[in-house]
Design a protein around this ligand. Structure first.
Ligand code: BES
Ligand code: ZN
Ligand code: ZN
Length: 504
């Protein structure tokens, strides 16, 4: 998708589709309170073209509600699309991201390949952040997961233009606009990895794609396999891989800005299970096909590293992705087995389906060994996180309030929804083993996301650390006006902003 920034008045832009945002300004409540849609533009010709339909009561400016006018009088655009941001009081940068996405997804099935999105003119909506959000929203919306359909039609929008508000300062809009391109593309890079089926994206192929991306954007990359994993004594990681014919991949990406010799080193660790059958504790067949997305945490880290390489924050970053299949096999590990992790801790395997925490345990230890001073990990770790939070929030856990505060602030920019969950010794007690240092499940189904987090905590120890359980959000079951169903790319934007908080 080509992107452009225009400083022309929206009414003067020649395009297939001009999208303008509107809010509902009605503040009164009750049965007689009719919606009062208002266009967020100072362009008199646009207002005139939309006046009749706005006063008709047909369009309420609800969030992502869209209304199309053909051949709008007085405008150079062939079509005018009015997109709702919802109640004025609730309109924010994130509603602008979704509105831009709604415009793109409106255009796609209609064969419209060109969209101009006029940034809303409102004191509540700063043009810089809105420009970035609109571009992100456009890229996210342009993605469709049907890549293996032989009759697939390429419906992607070829040109997306952001029209700056009247009198806007180019210097304040252009940099965030450019950032939006990098971030939107990086999130889609993650989504394209997550979308791949397990037979295509094996751990080895995952490593190849990470290496190709690293070469393109100038990151250092090493991809190791069985020998190195054994040499490093990653007994927890290997215990998952030993039951598969496909060799595992230990993907290491490094971002080292020139001239930085001290300060924090951020460690980004991702779960990269390219298919999770459950192993010997095999999963039921229903929905098992979805377990191709069990590498979404690793893919989020790789997408974030792409954005980091291009946006160049002033901080060192290492990313470790532990990629493996989890398969049942004659060589697969069994419940009751005891494994020795890289840190030296011994682990009693209760359930071979709790494999994510095993690969992450060694990923975390390795990141610390490579010098990481602050850790963040992402994983589709537990079904229990969706029981706790539904599918509208992902879980976040941390052993350090200062580190978490940066992540919390990052959410303001990213617009992603993470809810902080507790840790605690009581949960840790649930994973004490009679035979080894720790066991890999908590026994009770209650609090399953927290006992999983405590398991990881036993390996991050006192290094400031954030754990993101994205199992509830990594796959979208039903499409929305601004995003297709399928892989969401959740985490990329927030992890990136967290990293930038240490050195933008
Ligand atoms: N990959 C799953 C978690 C998952 C579930 C991801 C649903 C996405 C959607 C993970 O490896 C797993 O199987 N966890 C078990 C843990 C249990 C055995 C303690 C679970 O959640 O049931
Ligand atoms: Zn599992
Ligand atoms: Zn898993």
């Amino acid at each position: 998708m080509r992107t452009e920034l225009s400083f022309s008045a929206p009414s003067q832009i020649q395009t297939e589709l001009l999208a303008i945002a509107a809010v509902d300004t009605q503040t009164a409540k009750g049965p007689d309170a009719r919606p009062q849609p208002e266009l967020l533009t100072s362009d008199a010709d646009v207002k005139k073209a939309a006046a009749a339909v706005l006063s008709s009561g047909e369009f309420k400016a609800g969030a992502n509600e869209a209304l199309l006018l053909h051949a709008p009088a007085g405008l150079k655009a062939k079509r005018l699309l009015i997109v709702g941001l919802g109640k004025q009081s609730r309109g924010n940068v994130h509603s602008v991201r979704n509105a831009a996405g709604t415009a793109v997804r409106f255009a796609k099935p209609r064969g419209i390949r060109e969209v101009v999105f006029a940034l809303p003119e409102s004191d509540l909506l700063p043009p810089g952040p809105c420009a970035r959000a609109a571009v992100e929203g456009a890229f996210v919306a342009d993605f469709d997961p049907d890549t293996y359909r032989s009759d697939r039609k390429d419906l992607s929008v070829q040109s997306f233009t952001v029209a700056a508000p009247a009198g806007a300062d180019k210097g304040a809009i252009e940099p965030p606009f450019r950032e939006g391109v990098v971030i939107g593309e990086s999130q889609n890079f993650t989504r394209s990895l997550v979308n791949e089926p397990g037979n295509k994206l094996t751990p080895t192929e995952f490593g190849r794609r990470a290496a190709a991306m690293a070469k393109e954007v100038g990151l250092q990359c090493e991809v190791h396999s069985t020998d190195k994993i054994k040499e490093l004594k990653m007994g927890a990681f290997w215990s998952v891989s030993q039951g598969s014919e496909e060799p595992p991949a230990l993907i290491v990406l490094r971002y080292e800005p020139k001239g930085i010799k001290d300060g924090p080193i951020l460690g980004l660790v991702g779960k990269g299970i390219t298919f999770d059958t459950g192993g010997i504790s095999i999963k039921p067949a229903d929905n098992m096909e979805k377990m191709k997305y069990d590498m979404a945490g690793g893919a989020a880290m790789i997408g974030a590293m792409r954005a980091i390489a291009l946006l160049k924050p002033n901080v060192r970053v290492i990313s470790i992705v532990c990629a493996s299949e989890n398969m049942p096999d004659g060589k697969a590990q069994k419940p009751g087995d005891v494994q020795t992790a890289m840190s030296g801790k011994t682990i009693e395997i209760i359930n071979t389906d709790a494999e994510g925490r095993l690969v992450l345990a060694d990923g975390i230890t390795y990141a610390r060994q490579l010098g990481a001073t602050h850790l963040i990990n992402a994983a589709t770790l537990t079904g229990a996180i969706a029981v706790a939070l539904g599918t509208h929030n992902a879980g976040a856990f941390s052993n350090d309030d200062e580190t978490y505060a940066r992540f919390h602030a990052a959410l303001e920019t990213s617009g992603e929804k993470f809810w902080r969950m507790p840790l605690g010794d009581e949960y840790m007690d649930q994973i004490k083993s009679d035979i080894a240092d720790i066991k890999n499940t908590g026994g009770s189904r209650y609090g399953g996301a927290i006992t999983a987090a405590e398991f990881l905590h036993a390996f991050s120890e006192d290094t400031p650390w954030i754990h993101l359980d994205i199992a509830s959000m990594a796959w979208i079951e039903d499409s929305k006006p601004f995003i297709a169903k399928g892989p969401s790319g959740v985490g990329v934007r927030s992890i990136l902003e967290w990293v930038r908080s240490y050195g933008s």
